[in-house]
Every structure is written in C-alpha cells, then in structure tokens.
Design a protein around this ligand. Structure first.
Ligand SMILES: *[C@@H]1O[C@H](CO)[C@@H](O)[C@H](O)[C@H]1NC(C)=O
Ligand SMILES: *[C@@H]1O[C@H](CO)[C@@H](O)[C@H](O)[C@H]1NC(C)=O
Length: 148
C-alpha cells in the first residue's frame, strides 16, 4: 500500500513539472495573476503553462481571449461580491468548446485527471466545466462559487 502511494505521488509530481507548480503557487499563494492558462501535451499526460493573465484583467477580458477551436484548462481567481461583502474563490475551469475538433476534445477530456491532480491542494477550489461562453458569465460563476 505504502509503496503504491509513494509511486503515485512521485508520478503526479513528475507530471506537473516546475513551471506548472510555480505558476500554481504564483496565482494561489501570491495572488499574482487573474488566471493561468494550461495546455496539455500531445499524449495528454502533462500540463504546460501557456499564459498568465494580469491581475487587472476583467472577466470580460478573460472571456474575450478564449478561442472557439482550442480547449484549455484555467485556474481563475474569481473575486465577487455576495451579500454586501467581498469574496474570493479559485475556480478550475475546463474549457472544451463544442466547436473544437474531436481529437482535441478527446485529448482534453483524457487529461482532466491530470488537471484535477494539479489543483487538488487548492483550498476551496470549484471545478467549472464549460463548452460555451455563457457558462462562464458572472452569474454562472457566482452560482458555482456560492454553490447555490
Ligand atoms: C507528455 O509529458 C509527459 C510528462 O512529462 C511525457 O512523459 C510524455 O512523453 C509527453 N508526451 C509528448 C507526446 O510529448
Ligand atoms: C446577509 O447578511 C446579513 C447580515 O450579516 C445576514 O443576516 C443575512 O442572513 C445574510 N444573507 C445571506 C443570504 O447570506
């Protein structure tokens, strides 16, 4: 049992890589970015950091930079107001637009577990599965963040 666990942890750490774990620390612990964008490599076994969104970017800026042809994973620092007080929650967004190719969609769905393992230690993170931009508007994210 113990040996299996160690092997599992090692392989997860290996699959993440320094660049990915540093980017996760930067957004989660240091709040340096609005979002971090991840791609998966061709065998869908490892994440790569593609982009780090500036803290000044709004949700609209974020939505505008999404592509309709390319799935992506994101960690998004969602700041919102609820019942008169400011709140914050990290969202793990799996973006797989309907219009992307079958091959890409399969690649990204098979890498969902790689993404989940990358974000498993982010306190309070909620996963968001979106295939269309309307699923990422403020109200949708608000409901997910507040679990209404
Ligand atoms: C994807 O990344 C993993 C982990 O670094 C590596 O073992 C695998 O060979 C890579 N696949 C491709 C096609 O680059
Ligand atoms: C909003 O805040 C008020 C005052 O703190 C509290 O009494 C009320 O229950 C809260 N409502 C919700 C929906 O959380």
């Amino acid at each position: 049992m113990k040996t299996n666990l160690i092997i599992l942890l090692c392989s997860v750490a290996y699959a993440l890589g320094d660049e990915v774990s540093d980017a996760i620390k930067d957004i989660v612990n240091n709040h340096n970015y609005r979002y971090v964008t991840f791609t998966v490599n061709d065998s869908a076994t490892a994440l790569k950091v593609e982009k780090k969104g500036d803290k000044s970017e709004s949700l609209v800026d974020f939505i505008n930079q999404l592509t309709n042809s390319e799935p992506r994973y994101f960690i998004y620092d969602f700041e919102y107001e609820s019942n008169g007080s400011n709140k914050q929650r990290f969202l793990g967004i799996c973006w797989a637009p309907d219009t992307s190719s079958i091959k890409r969609k399969m690649q990204y769905s098979s890498a969902v577990n790689v993404f989940k393992s990358a974000v498993k230690d982010v306190t309070g993170l909620r996963l968001v599965y979106a295939t269309d931009v309307f699923e990422l508007d403020y109200n949708s994210l608000f409901h997910i963040a507040e679990r209404i």
